[in-house]
Design a protein around this ligand. Structure first.
Ligand SMILES: Nc1nc2c(ncn2[C@@H]2O[C@H](COP(=O)(O)OP(=O)(O)O)[C@@H](O)[C@H]2O)c(=O)[nH]1
Ligand SMILES: [Mg+2]
Length: 380
């Protein structure tokens, strides 16, 4: 699971990335074997089943903070985008290479309008952030369009000569982009092959994080943009400040919460700065929005759910006695049998069935639901 953070210069990408990856990365480093230089470990949050089940959990592949489960995902700091990236402008090629690897994108948008299309500050403001949404989508679509256009004649000849369905050939051509044959088939039903609209239909899911929501100008733009776009208002700078304060032991704060508690001994000045964040960002928007943006990308756009496998449903634990040790992120609709193979190859191969929280038998075709705790039965 890799989420790419994209946007033009000065929109707040690095701040957003830093806020989400600030926590100690001990868990993430153990879970992900390969972390590249421009990647970090972030956590999506979910209600931990320990809360409802009233047990004390001992997470192994994730963390639990007072009933909120933090599940690691990889975050990618994508190179800045400028118009013409698909023609190699700016860091165009690096931008597109980074993009390739990501499952979903978060577009960090400077909603304040204080930076122009190239990300340069202008005092007066007045840049319409809606243009940046179109710019990003356009760059990605033109890039995919270009790849298809370059290869289309060759693909058509191969399709005719070898009687291979066109969608399979296109999916193969775009497999490095994570495009599946079903996606191509769907797109072909609606759009003509080789058009820009066809390329757009293959676009990766993009969540728009309307950043700098702490600024008045941004709040006005957000109101307007919300009428036509699905977006999450956020303030990366506020989230970073809260996480740093939490780390220093100044406040109690769970990522994504709408509130925090100031601890004793915090100076009046620090208190005022923290209260400002609460008043300007958290009260009107419900939270700083940064965690919500990541969660919505993973659980919403990608349709993932969190599932908790245990070795014994009566103990709710693994074989070593760790209660609710692991949280797995899988696609909605994943069956118990598919899940077994994801947990462990041997468990998949010896799969017999499973038990749910009521200790009732569930079969191979049982479709897992968000928050499920399951014991998988298998031949050892
Ligand atoms: N007011 C405000 N400024 C922000 C916010 N997030 C980032 N910035 C500022 O925007 C500028 C660019 O941020 P940076 O993260 O370096 O942007 P990047 O070029 O997209 O990586 C910096 O001066 C940040 O302090 C925010 O939520 N609110
Ligand atoms: Mg940056």
């Amino acid at each position: 699971m890799l989420v790419g953070v994209v946007g033009k210069s000065n929109s707040g990408k690095s701040t957003f990335f830093k806020a989400l990856t600030l926590q100690d990365v001990e868990v993430g480093n153990r879970v992900f074997v390969t972390i590249k230089p421009n990647q970090g470990v972030a956590f999506v949050t979910a209600e931990c089943p320990c809360k409802k089940l009233d047990v004390k959990c001992k997470p192994q592949n994730s963390k639990c903070v007072r009933g909120t489960r933090l599940i690691p995902v990889k975050l990618l700091d994508v190179a800045g985008l400028i118009p013409g990236a698909h023609q190699g402008k700016g860091l165009g090629n690096q931008f597109l290479d980074d993009l390739r690897q990501a499952d979903a994108l978060v577009h960090v948008l400077d909603a304040s309008g204080m930076t122009d299309e190239k990300g340069e500050f202008s005092e007066e403001g007045g840049h319409d952030p809606e243009k940046d949404i179109g710019m990003l989508e356009g760059e990605i679509d033109h890039w995919v369009f270009g790849i298809i256009e370059k290869n289309i004649e060759k693909l058509q000849r191969t399709a005719a000569a070898e009687k291979i369905p066109m969608e399979r050939l296109i999916a193969k051509q775009l497999s490095g982009l994570g495009v599946q044959e079903e996606d191509v088939g769907q797109a072909l039903k609606i759009h003509q092959l080789g058009t820009l609209e066809f390329a757009a239909a293959l676009r990766k899911p993009i969540l728009i994080a309307a950043n700098k929501a702490d600024l008045m100008e941004a709040q006005k733009n957000i109101k307007r943009l919300q009428e036509t776009h699905e977006l999450v208002p956020c303030s990366a700078e506020s989230e970073l400040a809260l996480r740093e304060a939490e780390r220093k032991g100044l406040i109690e704060y769970i990522p994504g919460d709408g509130d925090f508690a100031v601890k004793d001994g915090v100076s009046e000045e620090q208190k005022r700065a923290l209260e400002f964040i609460k008043k300007v960002v958290m009260v009107p928007f419900g939270s700083t929005g940064v965690q919500r943006a990541l969660n919505n990308a993973v659980f919403g756009l990608l349709g993932l759910i969190a599932v908790y496998p245990v070795a014994s449903i009566s103990k709710l634990a693994d074989s070593k006695g760790n209660v609710l040790p692991d949280a797995f992120l899988v696609r909605e609709g994943t069956t118990l049998k598919e899940f077994a193979s994801k947990v462990h190859k041997d468990i998949g191969e010896g799969f017999i069935g499973g038990l749910d929280l009521k200790k009732m038998k569930i079969g191979a075709d049982y479709q897992l639901r968000n928050g499920d705790v399951v014991e998988i039965l298998f031949k050892k």
